[in-house]
Ligand binder design. Structure first.
Ligand SMILES: *Cc1c(COP(=O)(O)O)cnc(C)c1O
Length: 393
């Protein structure tokens, strides 16, 4: 048995492609094409070249000396925060825009919550001279002003979505609606390991460069090509998916994922999908979803906009269901404290999302010889105001 996707697009009971009739053809075409494209020599050549010269890969694997001392293990940080545009998301958008071009598409759409995926998509659209429309909840447009301005400067059209709670879930619905209206010329770039098959697998493969590099880098530093622990934060699951991809069926490697506890799992203000979710269908895939008794999606909450999602990717739902991964909820206060700690111990200001992975460290019991690789998914520049205001409210 493998924890990777099966030939029908499922991870155990999770995944699949539950899409409206009008999108069926589109999704089926993508299912037929994506592996052929990704495995082609011309795609690999261009993708790897862009990852190296444009994104700045390989990202360093940094031995965090003082952090290691504090937690009594050999802790390495995988530095996705050093990528162009400041996070792991660019690995995926570079890959998907190349796939879109291979498939003859001319118009790109995307959804965005905090604006990070929107900026990463607008960036590669500028690079490839493609038309770009980004759907964003009206509430988020107000909250994430700088990212909206960045997308506009990059030449994208940002469409504020006024339906529902005017946040990520509503923006995603609107993007799907757009895709339904323009199936022939439009490619929908999804930002995480969510959505109908093949998106979760496609995004995980495009992010798998993270674990491919970890293998080589840990071999060089530790003389073996695997760590004892892999740790990452999980919103939809793309940085975690990339971090574990090449180790997912290697039981020597323990997987620890941090989800956003918000104000606490039982507080009613949380995004802890694994702790609270029930099996349901969200945005085209079967997974765990935070929902009310009659199946309505509940509004999630987290201090971190990137983890504020009521679902989780099917790959991660399956790992959680079979206890392949340990899922730890980390609350707002624990994440903020962990961000300050990393900043003062190592001189690295992490993104609030990544701070949740760091916030799981105090909950772990390591042996001194344990080798731990923790992915810092992004940098904290976008979160400075939140960090500074947190203790002065
Ligand atoms: C978007 C984002 C996340 C959450 O998304 P995943 O798909 O779960 O990785 C985490 N960290 C950063 C920095 C992000 O921008």
């Amino acid at each position: 048995m493998s924890y990777l996707v099966d030939k029908d697009g499922y991870y155990g009971e999770f995944g699949g492609a539950y899409v409206p009739e009008i999108l069926h053809q589109c999704v089926e075409n993508l299912q037929k094409e994506y592996l052929k494209v990704i495995e082609s020599e011309s795609f690999q050549k261009e993708y790897n070249q862009l990852l190296r010269d444009y994104v700045g890969r390989p990202s360093p694997l940094y031995y965090a000396n003082r952090l290691s001392e504090k937690y009594g293990a050999r802790i390495y940080l995988k530095r996705e925060d050093l990528n162009h545009t400041g996070a792991h998301k660019i690995n995926n958008t570079v890959g998907q825009i190349l796939i879109a071009r291979h498939m003859g598409k001319t118009r790109i759409i995307a959804e965005t919550g905090a604006g990070q995926h929107g900026v990463a998509t607008a960036t590669v659209c500028a690079l490839m001279n493609m038309q770009c429309v980004v759907y964003m909840g009206a509430t988020d447009v107000k909250r994430q002003h700088i990212n909206v301005e960045k997308m506009k400067m990059l030449g994208a059209t940002v469409v504020p979505v006024e339906s529902g709670n005017k946040t990520l879930k509503d923006a995603t619905n609107e993007a799907i609606r757009d895709w339904c209206c323009h199936p022939s010329d439009t490619f929908y770039i999804i930002g995480s390991t969510v959505g109908p098959h093949p998106y979760p697998d496609m995004v995980a493969r495009l992010q798998s460069v993270i674990s491919k590099e970890i293998k080589e880098q840990i071999m060089e530093k530790e003389g073996r090509d695997y760590p004892d622990y892999l740790m990452a934060c999980v919103g939809g699951g793309s940085n975690a998916g990339g971090t574990v991809y090449h180790y997912i069926d290697d039981e020597r490697v323990k997987i620890v994922l941090a989800e956003a506890g918000g104000m606490g799992v039982d507080s009613g203000k949380t995004a802890a999908t694994i702790a609270l979710g029930q099996v349901g269908i969200l945005h085209g895939a079967k997974s765990y979803v935070i929902q009310s008794e009659d199946g309505q999606i509940e509004e999630p909450y987290s201090i971190s906009a990137g983890l504020d999602y009521p679902g989780i990717g099917p790959m991660h739902a399956n790992m959680a269901a079979h206890r392949r991964a340990q899922i730890i909820p980390v609350n707002d206060d624990e994440a903020v404290a962990a961000a300050y700690e990393l900043t003062r111990l190592e001189g690295i200001i992490p993104a609030l999302e990544s701070a949740h992975a760091l916030g799981a460290l105090p909950k772990m019991k390591f042996r001194p010889e344990d080798v731990v690789v923790l992915t810092v998914s992004g940098r904290g520049d976008k979160d400075i105001e939140t960090y500074l205001n947190y203790y002065n409210r």
